[in-house]
Design a protein around this ligand. Structure first.
Ligand code: SAH
Length: 369
């Protein structure tokens, strides 16, 4: 987060998005408003429109002077993302949108309606540097970090879309998962600032409950510990994908730096500090990580390290184009679930939304490159 008002009107550095209200702290916002020739209290008015009204449309901001209003709004709430395309599936209850940032960077977010909630899957980086071989985003490498404004803007746009009936019945965006493109904990500062704005009450933020926000990570141990120290109630998800270091070294290459045992110890510290169950993400890949012995080992290990403070989410692999890997067959999935549960660990298979619209991490952006 930058609080320097001088940056507001400076030409953006290559790759850096224009500074947005959401990138600034309270004094920074006021200073930016003053620098734009308006009294400081208008920072609050803008925040109300943006976080409360989910709007950056000057026509709706009749409490601002008409003279120069559009320029003022554009300066403080710049259009960070423009829609390239949206595709719907699952009878309209899933909607994936490809966005273009100011520098041409493409990012994705996916909005999903369930009977009891509306969830948005957001991107935290353009591309990803973690290089997991089964993930479409991992294949392209990291382009850049997203700014706090770009992350919050994905949520603001989705909340407005849900409210306006993009998924059929108008509804309230209730859940956020950082499971789009990127490794959120590798963009720690901006992601944390975004989480705070997503969860702060209106008009200071978007008013989504912290307990309904999930931060998913490959297992960057120092960053998990840092998150633990923040004292937030967000859910932590760890992309484990296998219980053994030998295979994890290739499936999640960062395992060469932080081993399964260290990642689970950090997850335990998080669970102990927050009282919240940690989710373990496990993409089931046919004949790679879906063997019965791996299910047994996973169950034993998690039960021993996390006790009841863990839940396993199995995700049948969403095959990426050109990959030789495939999802595990249904009977194999079922046997895997049975064995993990037998070890005393809760386990479910995630319902795979968006398969027909290539909604696995990074697939839409990959197809548009
Ligand atoms: N970098 C973070 C968050 C982004 S990915 C992380 O790794 O947790 C969100 C989840 O989708 C991760 O568990 C990731 O491993 C999984 N994933 C990526 N590509 C997938 C695919 N093709 N099929 C199934 N799951 C996939």
């Amino acid at each position: 987060m930058t609080s320097s008002p001088l940056l507001v009107f400076a030409a953006p550095r290559r790759g850096q998005p224009p500074t947005h209200l959401a990138d600034l702290d309270e004094p920074g916002r006021k200073a930016a408003v003053v620098a734009a020739g308006q009294p400081a209290f208008r920072a609050d008015q803008l925040a109300r429109h943006y976080f409360g009204g989910l709007s950056r449309n000057p026509a709706e901001m009749t409490d601002l002077p008409a003279q120069g209003r559009a320029e003022f709004v554009d300066a403080l709430l710049p259009a960070l993302l423009s829609e390239v395309k949206s595709v719907a599936c699952d009878d309209g209850s899933t909607r994936k949108t490809l966005w273009r940032a100011h520098d041409g960077t493409l990012i994705e977010s996916v909005l999903m309606r369930y009977p009891d909630r509306i969830t948005l899957c957001v991107s935290s980086q353009a591309g990803c540097g973690m290089a997991c071989p089964f993930c479409a985003t991992g294949q392209g490498g990291l382009t850049r970090n997203l700014s706090t404004g770009e992350i919050v803007e994905q949520v603001r746009l989705a909340a407005a879309a849900a409210r306006d009936g993009a998924l059929g019945e108008p509804g309230r965006l209730s859940n956020i998962v950082f499971m789009g493109m990127g490794e959120p904990l590798a963009n720690y500062k901006r992601v944390l600032a975004a989480v705070r704005l997503i969860t702060a009450p209106v008009p200071h933020g978007l008013g989504i409950s912290a307990r309904s926000v999930t931060v998913s990570t490959v297992g960057l141990v120092p960053a998990i510990d840092k998150l633990t120290a923040e004292g937030l109630q967000v859910r932590l998800a760890v992309s484990l994908h296998t219980p053994d270091d030998e295979l994890r070294d290739t499936l999640v290459p960062v395992n060469n730096r932080w081993k399964v045992g260290e990642v689970l110890a950090a997850a335990r510290r998080y669970a102990d500090a927050t009282g919240r169950r940690v989710s373990i993400e496990y993409a089931l890949i046919r004949d790679i990580n879906d063997q019965p012995w791996r299910a047994d080992l996973l169950g034993r290990l998690l039960h021993e390290r996390l006790g009841s403070l863990v839940h396993v989410n199995l995700i049948p692999l969403n095959p990426t184009p050109g990959s030789k890997w495939d999802a595990s067959p249904l009977p194999v999935q079922e046997e895997f679930v049975r064995r993990v549960r037998a070890a005393g660990v809760t386990c479910t298979v995630r319902d795979t939304r968006g398969q027909e619209i290539a909604a696995a991490c990074g697939q839409l952006a990959a197809a548009s490159r």
